[in-house]
Design a protein around this ligand. Structure first.
Ligand SMILES: *Cc1c(COP(=O)(O)O)cnc(C)c1O
Length: 418
């Protein structure tokens, strides 16, 4: 019998195998047929410490039988209060208010609405949004509008709003990118905000740029009074080596988007943090100036408990040391892989490593990604290349010998390409 399930980013017409996963622990998934898979992409970038992390699992179990879910408009609960305080403490200075939602895309929609609401309530309406080339911010209409255009959103193109794009700051071309941002900020029709993924563009191809350029972009926006939105949905919670990528560049954004690793990846939760100024522009005795946004599961108590357990791990255990050790293992593997004639542009930031397949066959629809994915699946590794970019983003508990095995498998998989 065929399954009624409609999978995301999946072409059902190709009848590719869909393994059924029945359990997980640490860096490993167990399939219904008993096979084990190394989760080399942290289950789509969400799992940080490891699957079924005991402290997070225990917090979820305890909360599920204490308070599951309660309306968050006009009501609050201890887990959300505690989490909001911790987030304000841990994130860059100046982010004093926390708005909860349930996915990265929603965190981005909330950020954009906060920015537009801020200017609207100040009676200086602004609607221009600046973005970076090759960005990805999610798959809802607003999040797609501020992300790169391509085959994945052609069908919706007429409904996506216009944005202005700053070129990606390629190595050696950083100044051109900064100049373009400065020019867009100087226009008499002032932009409302610039939204950007700090240091690492994920879905755009695991593209890395330097902290100095990122800091300079924040400074340019600051000088021109353009709100600076940092989308740390993927980069947050250690993925780039520090708790937040903004920390490496000492950037204080006006708005910060968090999701994915916020709960250690176990359950969905998102948060959009905002400056006192942005919050203040929504505070008034006039109900028409409130922030008009809500999701049914805003600040779900079970999710907040999981996030508090994740934060306890960050506070009490040496997570950066684990990430550094994993980064070292990734470097060793990359060094060897870089010698392969079909591979180029090795790069690594924190717990993320990437390398590009060169030669024939380019673009997301090329055969390279599905071929590599199928080859690795047969050898017990869950990998999902982005077009011709092979990347690894394993959970922080992944052992050096597991990373070495992963790289050996990739070398063989690339050898097997036609
Ligand atoms: C994954 C991602 C999103 C979207 O998050 P979802 O939870 O999948 O909606 C937004 N921004 C960035 C940078 C992401 O990597």
């Amino acid at each position: 019998m065929t399954s009624p399930v409609w999978h995301p980013f999946t072409q059902h017409g190709l009848h590719e195998p869909v393994p059924q996963i029945t359990s997980a622990a640490g860096a490993w998934l167990t399939c219904a047929d008993g096979n084990r898979l190394l989760d080399a992409i942290s289950s789509w970038w969400v799992i940080t410490h490891g699957h079924c992390e005991p402290r997070i699992a225990a917090a979820i179990a305890a909360q599920a039988s204490t308070l599951d879910q309660v309306i968050f408009a006009g009501y609050t609960h201890p887990q959300a209060e505690k989490l909001a305080r911790s987030l304000v403490e841990m994130t860059p200075a100046g982010l004093d208010h926390v708005f909860f939602s349930d996915s990265g895309s929603t965190a981005v929609e909330v950020a954009l609405k906060m920015a537009l609401g801020h200017w609207h309530n100040r009676h200086e309406p602004r609607y221009r949004i600046l973005v970076m080339e090759h960005s990805y911010h999610g798959d809802t209409i607003g999040a797609m509008s501020v992300g790169a255009r391509g085959v994945y959103n052609n069908a919706y193109a007429p409904l996506l709003f216009d944005v202005e794009t700053v070129p990606f700051p390629m190595k050696g071309k950083e100044q051109a990118s900064l100049d373009a941002l400065d020019r867009l900020c100087r226009a008499s029709d002032k932009p409302a905000a610039f939204i950007v993924e700090p240091l690492l563009l994920g879905a755009g191809g695991m593209l890395v740029y330097d902290a100095r350029t990122f800091a300079e972009m924040a400074a340019i926006c600051g000088r021109h009074g353009v709100l600076f939105i940092a989308d740390e949905v993927m980069t947050g919670w250690g993925r780039t080596g520090t708790l937040f990528a903004c920390g490496q560049a000492e950037v204080r954004p006006d708005i910060l988007c968090l999701a994915k690793g916020l709960t250690g990846g176990a359950v969905p939760l998102a948060a959009t943090l905002a400056s006192a100024e942005i919050f203040a522009s929504h505070v008034s005795t006039d109900r028409a100036a409130m922030f008009f946004h809500s999701s049914s599961f805003t600040a779900n108590a079970v999710s907040c408990a999981a996030a508090n357990a994740n934060i306890a791990i960050w506070r009490e255990e040496n997570v950066p040391a684990r990430i550094a050790a994993l980064g070292h293992a990734l470097d060793l593997g990359l060094e060897r892989l870089a010698l392969h004639p079909r591979l180029a542009n090795p790069r690594r930031i924190g717990a993320v490593a990437a390398i590009d397949v060169v030669g024939d066959g380019t673009g997301y629809l090329s055969d390279v990604a599905p071929r590599l994915r199928a080859y690795m699946l047969e050898r017990g590794v869950l990998l999902r290349p982005l077009g011709t970019t092979i990347y690894m983003m394993p959970p922080y508990c992944t052992k050096p010998q597991e990373v070495a095995g992963l790289f050996a498998g990739i070398a063989e998989a690339v050898d097997a390409l036609p």
